[in-house]
Write a protein that binds this ligand. Structure first.
Ligand SMILES: C[S@@+](CC[C@H](N)C(=O)[O-])C[C@H]1O[C@@H](n2cnc3c(N)ncnc32)[C@H](O)[C@@H]1O
Length: 219
C-alpha cells in the first residue's frame, strides 16, 4: 500500500459556499458538466469551472512538493492523467526544464484549448485504458479525475496508473471521513460518479492492487 500524503498541500484553496453551489445544481447541470466540454471548462459556473485559464499561482507552489517527494529530475518522465488544458504539466516544464511530459484527458475541448507549447505532449484518451506501454513513466499523477468514473472503471484506472509507472504514482480522489463531510461532498459534487469514505478507498486500493500514494479532495 502507498502513502497517504497531501502532496497538494500548497495548492491554493478557494473559499466556496458549498451548500449554495449544491442547492442550485440540477440533474441537467450535472449531465452537461459530465460531458467535459466547453460548458464545463469555460461556461457558466453552474456547469463547472466558470472559466479555466492558466495562472501560475495554482501549480507553481505545488511542483516543488512533487519534485522532492519523488526525487524528480530533468532525466525523468511523468504522466498526468486528467491533464485538462495541461496547466500542471506546463509548470513542471517551467520549474524542471527538460523533464519528459505526457498528458491524457477524455476532453477533446480541453486538449484542443491546451497551452500551445506543450500541446504535442497531450492527447485525448481514457484513464481506464491508457495507450502507453508498461512502466513507460517514472511517475504518474492524477488529480481529481479518477472519481469521475464508475466504480469498476475507477479500479481499472488505478490499475492502469500502476501498470505504466516505474517508480511511483499519486492520485487525489473525492472522499469523506464522516457524515457531515459526506453531506457536504454530495452537495458540492458536480461530476464525480464514485465518492467513498477514506477507509473504503483504502480497501479498494488493496482490492485492485494500487500501491501508489494518495490523498483526498474534501470540500
Ligand atoms: C476536476 S478536472 C481536474 C483537471 C486537472 N487534473 C486539475 O487538477 O486541474 C477533471 C478532469 O478529468 C477529466 N476526465 C474525466 N473523465 C476522464 C477519463 N475517463 N479519462 C481521462 N480524463 C477524464 C476531465 O476532462 C477533466 O479535465
Amino acid at each position: 500500500m502507498g502513502e497517504e500524503i497531501d502532496l497538494m498541500i500548497n495548492y491554493p484553496r478557494s473559499k466556496r459556499n458549498v451548500e449554495d453551489r449544491g442547492a442550485k445544481k440540477t440533474p441537467e447541470d450535472r449531465e452537461l458538466a459530465r460531458q467535459f466540454g466547453e460548458a464545463f471548462f469555460d461556461g457558466h459556473r453552474d456547469h463547472g469551472y466558470g472559466g479555466f485559464s492558466y495562472n501560475p499561482r495554482f501549480w507553481e507552489p505545488v511542483i516543488p512538493t512533487f519534485q522532492s517527494h519523488f526525487n524528480l529530475t530533468s532525466q525523468d518522465e511523468i504522466l498526468d492523467v486528467g491533464c485538462a488544458k495541461g496547466f500542471m504539466l506546463y509548470d513542471f516544464q517551467r520549474l524542471i526544464p527538460g523533464i519528459g511530459l505526457k498528458g491524457i484527458d477524455i476532453s477533446e475541448y480541453a486538449i484542443a484549448h491546451s497551452i500551445e507549447s506543450i500541446k504535442d505532449c497531450l492527447r485525448v484518451g481514457d484513464a481506464a485504458d491508457l495507450p502507453y506501454d508498461d512502466n513507460s513513466f517514472d511517475v504518474s499523477i492524477s488529480i481529481t479525475t479518477i472519481h469521475n468514473l464508475e466504480l469498476e472503471q475507477c479500479g481499472k484506472a488505478l490499475q492502469e496508473l500502476e501498470r505504466v509507472s516505474r517508480r511511483g504514482s499519486f492520485v487525489t480522489l473525492d472522499a469523506y471521513r464522516n457524515d457531515e463531510e459526506k453531506e457536504r461532498m454530495e452537495s458540492w459534487n458536480l461530476t464525480a460518479k464514485t465518492m467513498m469514505h477514506v477507509d473504503e478507498w483504502k480497501k479498494f486500493f488493496l482490492d485492485v492492487g494500487y500501491t501508489g500514494d494518495y490523498y483526498w479532495f474534501i470540500p
